[in-house]
Design a protein around this ligand. Structure first.
Ligand SMILES: Nc1ncnc2c1ncn2[C@@H]1O[C@H](COP(=O)(O)OP(=O)(O)O)[C@@H](O)[C@H]1O
Ligand SMILES: [Mg+2]
Length: 211
């Protein structure tokens, strides 16, 4: 049984299909790159797998569970555009807050280790409001990683990151994948960027999978 199974999935917005009869089977423990130009449907496909949208027709399953209509994958770390954070809390306090509602909680020490991995000062008392875009992106990435979910989906994770930080991100993805067998779906409009860390590439065009 495929870990992720999308069958004849169609989602329309204002009568136009943004996901057009998608069929996709993904295996557990692999790293998938989701590529395609702006507006090709990458974020919509991620929303479909995450349960943030419900199809007009067709189905999406993650680990045998049908996703949509208020049903979400059981163990998912998700980075999606414009993540809301507590603007008047520090990076550590933001992550601590999210950690407190996770079923797989980690220690304060581990949260600080995550910040240091991405070269953020774990004792920084400044509020997130004062963080640069790249620094916020790192905190958003950490919240997707830290509770060791079975599936991690990252939508344009390299946005606002410098070259060095992108390398840290890729090294961390590889490490998590090898250590825990975590499945990754990583969307990017920049093919060159994610091609070399992925096992397989899924290309989208106009709401369809083209290869
Ligand atoms: N909230 C929305 N309302 C209407 N159309 C949308 C909305 N979000 C995305 N779309 C449309 O869905 C299509 C796919 O968008 P998206 O999945 O965000 O593309 P990508 O992530 O590949 O850049 C685009 O044509 C876009 O205009
Ligand atoms: Mg997108």
């Amino acid at each position: 049984m495929p870990y992720i199974n999308i069958e004849n999935y169609t989602k329309k917005i204002n009568k136009l299909p943004v996901l057009d009869n998608i069929n996709l089977k993904l295996s557990e423990g692999r790293i998938y790159a989701l590529i395609g130009s702006n507006g090709s449907g990458k974020t919509m496909l991620i929303r479909a797998v995450s349960g943030l949208i419900t199809p007009d027709s067709g189905k999406a399953f993650v680990n045998g569970l049908e996703i949509g209509n208020g049903v979400y994958p059981e163990s998912l770390g998700l980075l999606i555009e414009n993540i809301t954070m507590f603007e008047y809390l520090s990076a550590f306090e933001n992550l601590k807050m999210l950690n407190s509602i996770s079923v797989n909680r980690i220690s304060d020490f581990e949260i600080k280790e995550w910040l240091e991995t991405f070269e953020l000062n774990s004792n920084d008392k400044r509020t997130i409001k004062k963080y640069s875009l790249g620094m916020r992106q790192k905190v958003s990435i950490i919240q997707a990683f830290m509770n060791k979910p079975d599936l991690i989906i990252l939508d344009e994770p390299t946005n606002s990151l410098d070259e060095h930080s992108i390398q840290i991100l890729f090294d961390t993805i590889k490490k998590i994948n090898e250590k825990y067998g975590t499945t990754f779906i990583i969307a990017s409009h920049d093919n060159n960027c994610i091609e070399n860390i992925s096992d397989e590439i899924i290309e989208m065009r106009c709401g369809k999978i083209v290869c």
